[in-house]
Design a protein around this ligand. Structure first.
Ligand SMILES: Cc1ncc(COP(=O)(O)O)c(C=O)c1O
Length: 422
């Protein structure tokens, strides 16, 4: 009889995986809280929230109950010409939590589509006004997703190399720091007339290796772009819903974006969903007697009621005092642990913002996604019952908020042991 891994290999093609050399995929049969269980009954602590999505733990009974109730009432309806209460309620409740300039919600299925829609809003906004813009401003090494628009505004790398001739025109700048702001502003000034928007990951560039910049430097840069009327797209797909220690990265910043993107934690990691929000000004630029000025974008599952129900349930849990305290507690524990390993000869840098912790290891090889050390790190933790997914030689933790102090301590201890052993 074939194992699940063998059956999988016959029919499935996995993301970000060289299928010829990859180890067989591990069958996961069950999840509960911060744990995943494989088909042999082994338990693993999910230290990366299953690609940064899980907020309150796997198979959360409250979310399951709400989604199940919705499933028995209305599972799906076309969102062009129709609406439903879960989508109305979710938009009302989300907008109430966002910067007050956010006014309208556009639904889609994932983080990449949330970014695609944001880019289309900016490009078409200029087109509708009769002053088309051709360029987009983004950070070097940015990651905004894998569809063509999202890939275009992501840093050029081996991931994007096969498609380089199909990617559109982007002005890439370094993320801000205390020294480079004048130079960044100078570069931006030269392209003001052409720029349709600035798209950025606020505070943390996740896929780039959990690179972090200071809120005050980003704010300074955003304020400058605002003074030049360059629309701001804040991609909170990764950092939204508590990851940075506050509900949104926006809570660390004074400059309010024109457009915001969400996914991942939006449904607590339960159902696929993307959201793009925008200001009334952006929305108004699509209003016209001319039907051609509408935003011609939509997906079959736009505002799927089940995903809306999951997002509403996740929001209930997120706003509970207990969850906010867990976010605070994880943040404090990360700070203490980061201090304890700072200066270790194997630690090149250790970075933390809110519930996200990243450790860059000295390995003798350059820091990169393809650093060979990733496999050794992964195996060491897996053998000890912990799921991590290093970005090359960068080990990071993005724990679900339900993770217990004991499990977090166990992960820290395992990191300390790995620093002595590997
Ligand atoms: C900042 C950011 N934007 C967009 C995306 C793309 O999201 P998705 O994988 O849901 O398409 C990601 C995914 O990691 C992300 O980190």
């Amino acid at each position: 009889m074939c194992t699940l891994s063998e059956r999988d290999r016959k029919v499935n093609w996995h993301p970000y995986t060289q299928m010829q050399t990859a180890a067989p995929a591990v069958p996961i049969v069950r999840g509960e809280g911060a744990y995943l269980y494989d088909d042999k009954g082994n338990r693993y602590i999910d230290a990366i929230s299953s690609w940064w999505v899980t907020l309150h733990g796997h198979a959360h009974p409250y979310i399951a109950q709400k989604v199940s109730a919705q499933l028995h009432t209305l599972e799906q309806v076309i969102f062009a010409g129709f609406t439903h209460e879960p989508a109305i309620l979710l938009s009302e409740r989300l907008l109430a939590l966002l910067p007050e300039n956010q006014s309208k919600v556009f639904y889609s299925d994932n983080g990449s589509t949330a970014v695609e829609i944001a880019l289309k809003m900016c490009l078409q906004q200029a087109y509708n006004k009769g002053i088309p813009k051709t360029k987009i401003l983004a950070f070097k090494d940015a990651y905004h997703g894998d569809t063509f628009g999202a890939m275009s505004v992501s840093g050029r790398s081996v991931w994007t190399a096969p498609f380089k001739d199909q990617l559109f025109d982007v002005l890439f700048i370094d993320p801000p720091n205390a020294d480079n702001l004048p130079a960044l502003k100078d570069t931006i000034s030269q392209y003001t007339q052409e720029l349709a928007c600035f798209v950025y990951e606020p505070l943390i560039q996740g896929a780039a290796g959990m690179l972090m910049h200071r809120a005050e430097d980003l704010d300074n840069l955003l304020g400058f772009c605002r003074s030049l009327s360059i629309p701001l797209i804040q991609d909170e797909v990764f950092v939204g819903f508590g990851r940075t220690g506050t509900l949104f990265a926006a809570n660390h910043l004074k400059t309010k974006p024109d457009i915001m993107c969400f996914s991942k934690g939006l449904t607590g990691g339960t159902m696929p969903m993307g959201i793009t929000t925008c200001t009334e000004t952006v929305y108004q630029s699509f209003l016209s007697k001319d039907r051609y000025k509408a935003l011609f974008h939509g997906h079959s599952f736009t505002a799927n009621p089940l995903a809306c129900a999951a997002a509403l349930a996740s929001m209930d849990l997120l706003l509970q005092e207990e969850t906010l305290q867990r976010i605070q507690s994880i943040t404090e524990q990360h700070i203490a642990f980061a201090q304890s390993i700072t200066g270790h000869p194997k630690v090149k840098t250790v970075r933390h913002t809110g519930t996200i912790l990243a450790i860059e290891w000295h390995t003798g090889e350059d820091t990169s996604y393809f650093n060979q050390f990733a496999a050794a790190l992964y195996g060491y933790f897996w053998d000890r019952g912990i799921l991590i997914r290093p970005l090359g030689n960068i080990l990071y933790l993005v724990p679900p908020y339900c993770m217990s102090n004991e499990d977090l301590d166990y992960i820290y201890k395992t990191i300390s042991q790995a620093l002595e052993t590997l």
